[in-house]
Every structure is written in C-alpha cells, then in structure tokens.
Design a protein around this ligand. Structure first.
Ligand code: GLA
Length: 732
C-alpha cells in the first residue's frame, strides 16, 4: 500500500496525498507551522516553494528576531493563537493563570498513524479498516506555557477529503481557561473567493447564498444551542467563476450539532483565512491540570470540477463513513405520518382506518406523531411524560402497535426527549430539570422548555422512560424531535466559574443519550427532526441516518430547501413527504404529481389523511408508491447531480445515476407557466456515452451521449408547477 502521508525532513514539509488531492504544510522560521497548499494532487513536490519574505509595516516579527521580513501576521498559518503577532482572527484564545491571553504556538512533534482514532463522546467519521486512511498528528506547544495542541489530519485513500480536529492538553499544574478552540484553520493566498452558505429560517431552511469575500471578517454562525435552521454548519469557498460543473470548490462541513462559527477573513494583503469551530459565544472551558479538550471534526472536501463534485464527496463520506445505522444501505420504508393528517386530534379509532388505507396503497410504515403521551391534546403540556395517553389509546400502545404490525406495516413513534412542559409530571417531580438561571424566569418557546441535558441524572430519567416504551420491541422507528432553541443557559450541577461550558455540555449530553439509544436498539430506524430541518448536520448523521428536511411540505418551496440541502447531505438522509393541497404552510395549490416528484427526491412519505382522499387520488398514491419502489434504490443511493436551480431560474432539475451507470432518474419541475413559452432542454450528465438507455415509460431508446449532449426537450403544458420524472435503464 502506498503511504498517504510523507514528511520531507530536509525541507520540513508534510505532504498528505492520494490520487485526487494534496495537502502541504511546513515548519517555517521560529518553528511556526505554516500552510502551503490544499488542492489537486501534486505528484512532484520538491519542497522548494516557500512563503515569500517581505518587510511589511505594522506586521511585526518573531520575538528576539531582527528579521523584519518574516511575520506571523502575514504568513499562511495552520493554526494561530491570540496573544501573538497575528492580528487576524485566531483559532484559539486561552486565558492563562496570569490573566493574559498570551499563547505562542510552535511546532513540537509529529506522529503518523494508520487509520483514524475515534473521538470519544463526539460523532466522527470512521474507517472500516486501517488501510483506507492515515492520520497525521502534529503537536504544537505554547512556547512559554503548558498547553499542547494535537492537530489531527486524516486523509482517506479514495476520497478528495481531509478530516481535521484538535485536541488541547493541559500539561501544567494550573487550570487554563479556553475561550475559543477552533477545529481547523486554513489560510489561502491569491484567491478571490466567494462563499456559499446555507442560511434559512424555520420552514425555510438551507437556501443557497453566495457572497463575495471582501476585506474584513465575515461570520456565519449559530448561538441557538443547535446547528439551527438559520445557518447550517457549512461554508464553501469557491472561485468567482465556479459553478455546478466547473471551477475550484472547497467545502467545510462541521460534524457538530450545537453552536458553531465559521469566520472568513480577507486580510490586508488579500489573503483569506477560514476558521471553523464551536462558537466562542458564552464559551469558556476550564481545562484543569492533565485534562484535555477534544474539538469536533471538520470535513474538508476539495473539488476541481465545481459544486456537484464537492457535494458528491460529502455525500459519499457522510453516507459511507459517518452514518452507522444498519439502515444506511437499505431502501428506506415509505411512511405515512399522522401529523398533518390529524395534528393532536386523534385516537386509535381514528388512526386505524389510516393504517388500513396505508396498507392498501402499499405504504410500509405508520408513524404516530406528537400527542400520544401524557395528557397531550395540544402543544401546552406533557413533554417529559413519555407514557401512553390512555384517553387516546385505551387498549395501550402495544395493542395499537400490534394492530399496525398485523397490517404488515412497521410502526414508528414520535419523541421529543430534550424537552419539558411546565404542565407535566416530570416538572412536578423535578422542577430543577428545566434549564433556567436561578432567580430568573426562563423564556418559553412553543410553551415548552429545554431540559438540563448536561446532567447525567436528567438524561437517565429520560432514557429510562424511553426504555420502558422501546423495550417492548414493537417500535421500529422513532422520530427524535426538538422544537425550540436554548435560552437561559445554566447547568445546575456546575459552579459559577464553569457556566461557560453549558452549551457544549448540552450537546455532549445529547450525544450521550443518543448513543445509549443507538447502542441498546440497533434495529431502530431513527429519524432526526428539529421543527423540520433545524438540526440537519453531519453530527446528527452519526446517530440518525435520516432527518426531516423541513416543516414546510410545499413542493415548490421544497425545491429550494432540498437543493440547498443537497449541497452537503446525501439524498437518503433527507425525508420528504407528500401533503395536502392547498398546502398547510403557505396555501399553494400544486398538482399531486408534482408533490410526488419533489418528495421522491429524498425518502418518500405521506403526511395527509388517506381516508379523506377521493378514490381517484388514492389510486394516484398507490401508483406513486409503486413507481417509487422501482426507483428508490437509485434515487436514495445513486450519484446525485444538481442541474438547474429554482433559485436562479424558472426550472429545477436534478438527477441520480446508479454507481454502475445502468440506471438513471431525472426529475424536472417547471415553476411558472407561460402563454408564449421558450423551449428548454435538460441535458443529462454522468451517463456512459457508449451505452443505450431506454426510457421506462415511453420505451424510447437513446444513446448516453445523445442524452448528455442533445438533451431532452422539456414538455410544455398549461399550468404552473408541472413536474416530470424520467427513469432510464441501460439496455447494453
Ligand atoms: C415539529 C416537527 C413536525 C411535527 C411537530 C409535532 O414541528 O417538525 O413534523 O412532528 O413537531 O409537534
């Protein structure tokens, strides 16, 4: 096996490489760890290229040095600290015992190991066998203090991806406070980047946004205690002319579900720095003697062929090496969820006919959403009381689960484990479980509060309650929801001096609880959710192989939401449902077929009352379900391409191709109709040019090169929001 990491001792250059990428860093003057390069594979690096020397005013020099041409303030650094001569945004800020924020980082040592170490307590990418990756650990030390920083870089043999994280160790006797610890930093010279980010809102998540990076600091972040609807933990740096198929794209995805911060700074010399990590807002970690702090990981993907290739690198890494669930390669069950069908107004008699219809129509799972527990008839009570609501299920939950199973369907159940209502038995017994600052009234959101999940006792209580339900073995799936953000940040078990740890301890507590569930119930399919897509991140993928993309189920709004989601996350991770028209969230009327085509982008489900549909519409559901069963292996797990964006044009088009190029599904949606339409074509990509492909509906045969170069004419029909789906199979 070829080595993936080399150290050139003479030139003091580390080279991480595979067939696709190279990453170069070197030990510079004053033992400073400098960044040299990240990008396309360099086969013949000779170690002669170094950062140029120049005496720049007000960019000072190394302590004790009279060389005015070398400055940490302009050097491309690999990991920088506050308190030294670098005035750009630092990767770490540490408060020393003397009260200063002085840290001076120098190179100490390195180690290369086969494979990749696990990160305890945090989600992370992993390896199947040790040969598929190598990890470089570079240790930096604070030249005048006791902190050590192990910078971890893992390169996979077959992926254009490097995964980074940092472990900080306190090797001294005194406690040091970490005020900021980024997971990675990278500096670029001579690039004129745009950022692509995924901002949004509840019911309007992950819209692609492109901004030019001008001088100054640009921040994309969350301080909501979760990765958030408002700013997904992802940034891409791309060249000005980069598009879906052409140009350089560097993607940075944070494997973390709490507060995050992406800082992009263009410095006075037009160099660009990116720093990614846990948000330093209300972050203050007490690192005692001999303690260490492990940051979450950042996945860095490089593409020399535009955004689609970058996305494919993320999709395959997240799917292959972050998701662990046994369902990761299984086609996902088509479900019907009763939320938009009944909201809180249901009981077993009302649900059974929906289950019966689901069976008739070929649906594979029934999901019982919010309102089955405590005495919950609306969203004002019972969070924290995970026992069946007898009024709605007089014969018990097991009995209802049996009914669903008898119809041949799987049974799924909704939980919101991180929350507490004031009107609950849990609150009566343990008012202190509710996260709040002593002496202050906490703020409600949706009339509910967050549990103090950093406390083991609180987690154990919730785990035991969930266990009492899940141990029956009758639950095949759970939807793990989270319907508000964190405020009133305080952990009752911690002293005043450690309240700056609460945000992160909450996330660690959440991961601990999820890990216990995943560990005890390996057969459970878990769908993540946070008021839709409020916690759609690579960290959650480690526990939940699929996530509800948005509380907005309107097919046209979903075009933008799903387009943005696909920038980072694989299709199998995104759930998408057909709901009623006019849509419950925005009142838009769309054709049934369009709702189906858009929902089939991800894992298909239905979120409507099947019993209220006309016989004709029910037939359509049955046909859709049948069609989806034929294509879902390709659409869920094939190579994904974005072709046309509804954010920038009147049409949205996307395509998935099986990895052996024998099957293709193309979907297009024309948003607005026109009385005098221009003809448009959609050209397919990623096919085998030498193969012939047969359209499964019309049985027409096309050459692969024909579909990719001539393309197909988009149909012209009356009416807005018309959608089309094509399924091609290779015939030779
Ligand atoms: C959130 C979810 C919805 C539904 C409701 C129930 O908003 O995203 O799908 O489960 O909670 O309260």
């Amino acid at each position: 096996m070829n080595q993936l990491i080399n150290f050139d001792k003479k030139n003091k250059v580390f080279h991480l490489h595979n067939d696709q990428i190279s990453y170069l860093l070197e030990i510079e003057d004053g033992n400073t760890l400098a960044h040299l390069y990240f990008g396309k594979r360099i086969k013949n690096y000779h170690g002669e290229l170094h950062y140029p020397r120049l005496d720049r005013g007000f960019s000072g020099n190394l302590p004790g040095s009279l060389d005015r041409t070398f400055s940490k303030d302009s050097l491309l650094q690999e990991y920088s600290s506050a308190g030294e001569m670098d005035f750009r945004t630092p990767a770490i800020i540490a408060r020393q015992k003397d009260g200063s924020n002085a840290t001076f980082l120098t190179y100490e040592d390195y180690q290369i190991i086969q494979g990749k170490p696990d990160l305890e307590g945090l989600p992370h990418s992993w390896v199947k066998d040790k040969d598929e990756a190598e990890t470089l650990i570079i240790t930096l030390k604070d030249e005048y203090g006791d902190l050590k920083f192990d910078l971890l870089y893992t390169i996979y043999r077959d992926r254009p991806v490097i995964v980074r994280s940092v472990k900080v160790r306190n090797t001294g006797k005194d406690t040091i406070k970490l005020e900021k610890v980024a997971s990675m930093q990278m500096d670029f010279v001579d690039r004129n980047f745009d950022t692509i980010t995924l901002p949004g809102a509840h019911a309007n998540e992950r819209h692609m946004q492109r901004n030019h990076v001008n001088q100054g600091i640009h921040v994309y972040s969350s301080i909501r205690g979760t990765s958030s609807h408002q700013m997904n933990p992802f940034v891409a740096l791309v060249d000005k002319d980069t598009n879906e198929f052409v140009g350089d794209a560097y993607g940075f995805a944070f494997v973390y579900s709490g507060n995050h911060k992406f800082e992009i700074e263009k410095d006075p010399y037009a160099q660009t720095r990116i720093v990614v990590g846990i948000n330093d807002y209300n972050f203050n970690w007490k690192l005692k003697s001999a303690d260490s702090f492990q940051t979450p990981e950042v996945i860095m993907a490089y593409s020399d062929r535009g955004l689609n290739k970058m996305s494919q690198a993320f999709h395959s890494l997240i799917h292959d090496r972050i998701i662990r669930s046994k369902y990761k390669d299984q086609v996902r069950p088509i479900l019907v969820n009763n939320w938009e069908a009944t909201y809180f107004d249901f009981d077993e008699d009302k649900l059974k006919p929906i289950v019966d219809d689901a069976k008739r129509l070929g649906i594979e799972m029934f999901v019982l959403d919010d309102g089955w527990f405590g005495h919950r008839d609306d969203d004002n009570s019972s969070l924290g009381d995970w026992a069946v609501f007898k009024k709605k299920f007089p014969h018990g939950l097991d009995n209802f689960a049996d009914y669903v199973h008898e119809q041949g369907l799987k049974f799924g159940l909704w939980f919101e484990p991180e929350m507490i209502s004031i009107d609950s038995d849990l609150y009566k017994a343990h008012p202190d479980y509710l996260m709040s600052v002593p002496g202050r009234k906490p703020s409600p959101a949706r009339n509910q509060y967050v549990l103090d999940l950093g406390r083991e006792e609180v987690r154990n209580n919730i785990f035991d309650q969930m266990k009492a339900i899940l141990d029956s073995g009758k639950i095949d799936y759970i939807k793990w929801d989270m319907n508000r953000h964190l405020s009133d940040i305080y952990e009752a078990d911690l002293p005043a001096s450690r309240q700056g740890e609460v945000y992160h301890r909450y996330v660690l507590g959440l991961y601990d609880l999820l890990e216990k569930i995943v560990d005890r119930y390996p057969d459970l399919l878990i769908e993540g959710c946070s008021g839709g897509g409020g916690r759609f991140d690579a960290g959650m993928a480690y526990y939940n192989p699929q996530i509800w993309a948005s509380d907005n189920s309107d097919a046209i709004d979903r075009l933008k939401i799903q387009y943005g989601t696909s920038l980072v996350y694989p299709q199998s991770m995104m759930t998408s449902h057909v709901s009623v028209s006019p849509n419950e969230q925005n009142g838009r009327i769309t054709p049934f077929n369009t709702r189906g085509v858009v929902a089939m982008w991800g894992d298909l489900g239905y979120e409507l009352d099947l019993t209220k549909m006309s016989e004709e519409d029910r037939k359509l559901v049955a046909e859709q379900v049948e069609e989806y069963k034929k294509i879902r292996k390709v659409t869920q797990y094939g190579r994904f391409y974005r072709l046309k964006s509804a954010q920038t044009s009147n049409q949205c088009a996307w395509e998935t191709v099986s990895h052996d190029q024998t099957e293709v599904v193309l979907s297009t949606v024309k948003v607005m109709a026109s009385a005098q339409p221009y003809f448009t074509k959609t050209k397919l990509v990623g096919l085998d040019p030498d193969r012939r492909y047969e359209d499964q509906a019309s049985h027409k045969v096309y050459g692969g090169d024909e579909l990719m170069n001539l393309g197909i004419y988009d149909p012209v029909e009356h009416g807005d929001f018309m959608a089309y789906m094509y399924h091609f199979k290779a015939i030779d």
